[in-house]
Design a protein around this ligand. Structure first.
Ligand SMILES: *[C@@H]1O[C@H](CO)[C@@H](O)[C@H](O)[C@H]1NC(C)=O
Ligand SMILES: *[C@@H]1O[C@H](CO)[C@@H](O)[C@H](O)[C@H]1NC(C)=O
Ligand SMILES: *[C@@H]1O[C@H](CO)[C@@H](O)[C@H](O)[C@H]1NC(C)=O
Ligand SMILES: *[C@@H]1O[C@H](CO)[C@@H](O)[C@H](O)[C@H]1NC(C)=O
Ligand SMILES: *[C@@H]1O[C@H](CO)[C@@H](O)[C@H](O)[C@H]1NC(C)=O
Ligand SMILES: *[C@@H]1O[C@H](CO)[C@@H](O)[C@H](O)[C@H]1NC(C)=O
Ligand SMILES: *[C@@H]1O[C@H](CO)[C@@H](O)[C@H](O)[C@H]1NC(C)=O
Ligand SMILES: *[C@@H]1O[C@H](CO)[C@@H](O)[C@H](O)[C@H]1NC(C)=O
Length: 283
């Protein structure tokens, strides 16, 4: 962004601050700075509606498209810029990270031009929902993501990223509140750890380079409804032989292109309505 434009922006912010943006001055400025680090291309990641184009200081930032504030404190607690045509990078110095009260952040379906996922994302300590899927991130998932111990959903799917210096188990260790985990098409390249949150309802690990034996305990997760382990060619497993039905809440199970023993047990999941698997890898 040109220096002149930046100056103009700073000037504008000062001009208007005395009128409408006073109560949320800092977060208004952070949001506008964030907006201005991107160009808008509605077709950057699908056919999208550019929410930030309507952001301006004629209205309180809490009423901007995609922004939700806490009724009492006035802090921005939700930012939903899914499919907003954003094109540009998110660096560690991005003003996004000044919105420290965020509980929900959805930046999916944009084009962050191969930015790395900044370790700063790990500082949103109130975050419950984080969706960075399908947004052209690259590099490693930073270790700091595992600090987000209040996360209920984490979606990082469809980016060319890989698990960072920590292993899969370490990533999960603090995430004891997770309901939904979607790591589709990420390079994990490890075995499946044993300790998923017992709250988990949806687990998508499609095409993640997982290998080894599927731990039987995964079928016994008390709240799991959807499990997708397909397209992990070096993963093998079998249905649990006992006591599956008593606890199973599983509704959808995807095991295509997994080396899976196809003998459906009598104790097949009680609620199971959809099972997809192929026997092509059977010995
Ligand atoms: C994403 O943005 C980069 C430039 O920042 C561009 O080179 C690339 O083609 C874009 N990708 C898509 C799918 O639009
Ligand atoms: C500010 O945004 C509103 C919609 O939120 C729009 O109607 C208005 O024209 C915009 N004003 C300027 C100066 O862009
Ligand atoms: C953030 O840092 C990069 C260099 O790492 C710099 O190019 C960019 O202008 C900085 N952005 C802001 C908003 O300060
Ligand atoms: C768990 O979170 C705490 C801070 O919330 C952090 O210090 C610790 O490193 C995290 N553990 C893992 C395995 O990420
Ligand atoms: C994973 O295991 C560690 C150590 O056994 C435990 O502290 C942690 O709470 C477990 N995490 C989950 C998500 O169950
Ligand atoms: C996944 O990452 C590992 C390094 O962590 C690398 O050796 C492997 O080739 C990658 N796999 C794919 C399919 O990119
Ligand atoms: C499939 O799994 C079985 C064990 O369940 C193993 O003996 C066999 O080698 C595996 N096949 C492939 C192609 O990995
Ligand atoms: C579970 O399956 C066994 C037989 O496989 C059956 O006897 C039992 O009643 C089933 N329990 C439930 C809760 O469906």
């Amino acid at each position: 962004m040109g220096y002149a434009v930046m100056l103009l922006l700073v000037f504008l912010c000062h001009e208007v601050s005395s009128i409408s943006i006073l109560p949320h001055k800092h977060q208004t400025i952070s949001l506008l700075k964030f907006k201005n680090t991107f160009t808008i291309d509605p077709s950057a990641s699908g056919d999208c509606h550019p929410k930030t184009s309507s952001w301006n200081t004629s209205r309180d930032c809490c009423s901007w498209d995609g922004v939700i504030c806490d009724d009492i404190t006035g802090h921005v607690i939700e930012l939903d810029l899914r499919c907003s045509g954003l094109v540009g990078t998110i660096d560690s110095n991005s003003s996004l990270f000044q919105l420290s009260h965020l509980q929900r952040l959805d930046l999916s379906f944009n084009n962050f031009s191969n930015s790395h996922i900044s370790p700063e994302f790990g500082k949103f300590s109130n975050l419950k929902n984080l969706d960075l899927s399908h947004s052209y991130f690259s590099g490693q998932i930073p270790y700091e993501i595992s600090h987000l111990s209040n996360l209920q959903s984490l979606c990082l799917s469809d980016n060319s990223i890989r698990l960072g210096p920590q292993n899969f188990e370490m990533l999960l260790q603090n995430l004891t509140q997770l309901r939904e985990l979607d790591l589709t098409s990420i390079n994990i390249s490890s075995t499946i750890p044993l300790n998923f949150s017992s709250h988990l309802t949806t687990l998508s690990l499609f095409e993640t380079g997982l290998y080894g034996l599927i731990p039987e305990s995964i079928f016994h997760l008390p709240n799991l409804e959807t499990l997708d382990l397909s397209s992990n060619y070096e993963l093998s497993g079998y249905f649990p032989k006992t006591k599956w039905n008593s606890s199973a809440s599983l509704v959808e199970l995807h095991l295509s292109s997994v080396n899976f023993s196809c003998n459906l047990p009598e104790s097949l999941g009680y609620h199971l309505t959809s099972v997809r698997y192929s026997s092509s890898l059977q010995p």
